[in-house]
Structure formats: structure tokens, C-alpha cells
Design a protein around this ligand. Structure first.
Ligand SMILES: Cc1cc2nc3c(=O)[nH]c(=O)nc-3n(C[C@H](O)[C@H](O)[C@H](O)COP(=O)(O)OP(=O)(O)OC[C@H]3O[C@@H](n4cnc5c(N)ncnc54)[C@H](O)[C@@H]3O)c2cc1C
Length: 398
């Protein structure tokens, strides 16, 4: 059944006429093209659905909002964070895999949008924006997740080019991506700053020495893999930005996309609120509707309040970034509040559905699985808490 998303928040002052028009477009597209968001049941079906969604999002023009530079297929010179968030909120409301497909095109090519050479942008961004090339962001390793600087994957000079050796894991779009932006150690870095020895590379899927070592199946199915680089040879054109700038490029990319993870969580939470209301108002028990009980109204009030709080934090961070401000703290607050809040809202909605809530294929059951990984990737909740806490202490003069 097609469900329209509540868009009352579009009246807020964070938005201008352009963002409101964009929100209407993406909402109309999602209602027309995304059915019930059911999870595909096999790996092949997940891969096929993901490729199809990327192609559809490319054809619709929506993916242009995930890359920067009008000369290279982008909708604007700079990624508009509010549009990015509106797209992710809306897609997540309808279909978690559609949100994933959209987000990965942006995250996977983000290093090129932000720091790529003209030649790198010209080669990849138009293909990514059109949905013809799939992109992956390759930062995490088996022994370097939250602790990014513990990275062991290495790139060494080889004549004019590079040779890459090591592993990356938990790589979204791994197994189906055409472009991999890979972060690797090219030196030890300055004393006390090991992250300054990291560089970024654009690695095509057909690079010699590149292999998909293992596909990983997860609770909310999407393409995910461990990747291996065994003497993987790259030309000089593979280096993104300057040698040693990779960590900064990764953090700049995450500064843009972290707020959008919060927006996706907001979309999941908003859908759960809708599902909770639909159930509470239609289920009768003890001679009245479930929604007539004060306990239910208290739960709904908490769900709506957490959803609005998340939306305020998401669009504050997005608006501030679009004003050119540094939003490290605001983005961390948005991700922390939106992902944790959506998890609680989804759990409450599922509870209202009773036994039906845990039946495979029920929307709240799907949301329950869709939300979980968002509290871990692009910086786990505890990492966001540390970012906020450190910033507060620093701002207090220490
Ligand atoms: C579905 C999914 C998709 C992903 N996609 C990508 C991708 O496309 N590209 C990519 O590079 N990576 C990706 N990741 C990896 C993700 O970013 C890492 O899983 C994440 O950074 C955590 O790293 P880890 O799994 O090694 O956990 P660890 O670093 O071992 O952390 C485990 C837990 O420890 C806690 N913790 C962490 N730091 C602290 C602290 N300082 N104090 C107290 N507790 C702490 C947190 O609760 C954390 O969940 C993905 C992960 C998942 C689950």
C-alpha cells in the first residue's frame, strides 16, 4: 500500500523554496516508484534490486544531488546537505534499500566530489550520477573500525604509480561496485598523528590484484563484502588529493554524509510513527481502540517528540553546513539522537502491533532490522558521544 510521508516540517525556516520543491519531487517519485520496501530474500535478488534502484535513481535525476559539480553531472557546485537529507529521509520512509542505493552513490564518490582531480571527476562522477557506475567507500578493516588510524592496508610507490596491499571489510556495495575509494597507509605520519600517513585512491573493479574476498550477509540485506588487495597495481592518476591527505578527505566526506545517516534514521522513525498510529487507531481491544488508552497515547507522544527532535537536529546540521559552517558537533548530535531515537520509536511501534509486529515482512519488523546498523556505521553512538563531549570541553577553554 502506498503511504505518503508527513511533510509538515518543510515549513521550518531551515528550508527555502528550492528545498521544498525538491522534497515534493522526491516524495512524488518515491510514492510512484517504490512499492512496499520488502527486503529481497536472496543475495542475488539483493544485488539485482540494488543495481535496478541505482539505475532508476540515476534516470530520475535524483542521484545528481549526491555528487558535486554541474560540469560532472551534479545538481549544484556543492552538495546541498538539506536536499541530501530530504532525499534520504523520504527514501528511507518508503524503502531502506532505496535509501542505501542513493546514499552509497554519494558516500562512495564523496572523496572525488570533495578532492578529486578534474580527470578523476570527469571519469567517474557523471557515471555515478547517471546510475551507470556503482560506488563504494572503503575505510574500515578487520582491526580498524572505530579506530581508523590503526589501518594496516598499505600503498607503496611503484615507478610513477602505486601498489596496494591489504584488506577492507564491511564495505557497502562490495561485490557490485565499479568504483572503490580506498584509504591506505602511505607512511607512518607525523609523530603522534598516525592518521597523517593515510592517502586515498580511486580503484576500479577491474584493477589487477583487486578481489572480493568474502560476501557478508546482514540482518537488513544489502550488498556488503570484505575486499582484498594483493599487489594491486594502480596508475599515478589513482591518488585522490595529495599524498598523506587521505584521513582528512575521509573525515570531510563523513562530515557531509554523517548528517544524512541521521536523516535516514529519521525516515525510518517517521515511518514507524505512521505504522504505530495506523495500528493503534484500527485495533480494538477491551471494547475500545488501542489508541484510546492513555498508555498508548503516552507512547505515541514520546514517539512523535523524538521524531521532531531528530528532525530539528538533522536539519539544523544540514542548514548550518549549507551556510558554510563547520558542523562536526551538530552532525554528531544529529546522528546520535536520530539513530537512537528511531530505534526506540520503531520498538514502540512494533510493540503496538503485538504478535503481528514480529512476523517477517511486516513493515515494523523490517524497520526493526533496517535501523540497527545505523547506530554502528559512520561512527558508532559512543564515537559520536566522544566527538560531542570533546568539543564541549574544548569550547570551555581546555
Ligand atoms: C551494515 C554496515 C555497513 C558498513 N558499511 C561500511 C562502508 O561502506 N565502508 C566502510 O569503510 N565501513 C563500513 N562499515 C563499517 C563501520 O563503519 C564499522 O563497523 C564501525 O566503524 C565500527 O567498527 P567495528 O565494527 O570494527 O567495531 P569496533 O571498532 O570494534 O567497535 C565496537 C563497538 O565498540 C564501541 N566503541 C567504539 N569506540 C568506543 C569508545 N571510544 N568508547 C567506548 N565504546 C566504544 C561501539 O559501541 C562499537 O559499536 C559498515 C558497517 C556495517 C555494520
Amino acid at each position: 500500500m502506498r503511504v505518503a510521508m508527513d511533510t509538515a516540517h518543510l515549513d521550518w525556516p531551515f528550508f527555502d523554496a528550492g528545498s521544498r520543491a525538491f522534497a515534493r519531487d522526491v516524495g512524488g517519485w518515491a510514492e510512484a516508484h517504490l512499492a512496499d520496501g520488502a527486503h529481497p530474500t536472496s543475495r542475488d535478488a539483493v544485488d539485482a534490486r540494488c543495481r535496478a534502484l541505482v539505475a532508476m535513481l540515476g534516470e530520475s535525476g535524483l542521484l545528481r544531488h549526491a555528487v558535486a559539480g554541474t560540469a560532472h553531472g551534479g545538481a549544484a557546485e556543492r552538495i546541498d546537505t538539506r536536499n541530501l537529507c530530504l532525499a534520504r529521509e523520504t527514501l528511507a520512509f518508503h524503502d531502506g534499500l532505496a535509501d542505501f542505493a542513493f546514499a552509497m552513490q554519494g558516500l562512495g564518490s564523496g572523496a572525488l566530489s570533495l578532492a578529486g582531480s578534474e580527470a578523476q571527476k570527469a571519469r567517474w562522477l557523471p557515471e555515478v550520477a547517471a546510475g551507470r557506475a556503482l560506488a563504494a567507500f572503503c575505510l574500515s578493516e578487520p582491526e580498524a573500525g572505530s579506530d581508523v588510524a590503526a589501518m594496516a592496508c598499505r600503498a607503496r610507490h611503484d615507478g610513477a604509480g602505486w601498489v596496494l596491499d591489504g584488506e577492507k571489510t564491511w564495505i557497502s556495495n562490495g561485490g557490485i561496485a565499479d568504483l572503490h575509494v580506498v584509504f591506505a597507509r602511505t607512511g607512518e605520519g607525523e609523530p603522534g598523528r598516525p592518521s597523517s600517513g593515510i592517502s586515498a585512491f580511486a580503484v576500479p573493479a577491474d584493477a589487477p590484484g583487486f578481489a572480493v574476498a568474502e560476501r557478508i550477509d546482514v540482518m537488513a540485506p544489502h550488498p556488503l563484502a570484505r575486499l582484498r588487495f594483493d599487489g594491486c597495481r594502480l596508475g599515478p592518476e589513482a591518488l585522490i588529493g595529495a599524498e598523506g591527505e587521505g584521513f582528512k578527505i575521509a573525515m570531510r566526506t563523513l562530515d557531509v554524509f554523517r548528517t544524512s545517516v541521521a536523516a535516514a534514521a529519521l525516515g525510518f522513525g517517521r515511518r514507524a510513527l505512521h505504522e504505530g498510529l495506523a495500528r493503534a487507531t484500527s485495533r480494538t481491544m477491551f471494547g475500545q481502540a488501542l489508541a484510546d488508552f492513555q498508555l498508548t497515547q503516552a507512547a505515541l507522544a514520546t514517539m512523535a517528540t523524538e521524531t521532531d527532535a531528530a528532525a530539528l537536529l538533522v536539519y539544523r546540521a544540514a542548514w548550518a553546513r549549507d551556510q558554510g559552517r563547520t558542523v562536526t558537533r551538530e552532525a554528531a548530535m544529529a546522528k546520535l539522537a536520530a539513530t537512537e531515537g528511531a530505534q526506540r520509536t520503531i520498538d514502540r511501534a512494533l510493540q503496538m502491533w503485538g504478535g503481528a509486529g514480529v512476523v517477517s515482512g511486516n513493515t515494523v519488523e523490517r524497520l526493526y532490522r533496517d535501523i540497527r546498523a545505523l547506530r554502528i556505521y559512520e561512527g558508532a553512538t559512543e564515537v559520536q558521544q566522544l566527538i560531542i563531549g570533546r568539543d564541549l570541553v574544548k569550547g570551555f577553554g581546555r
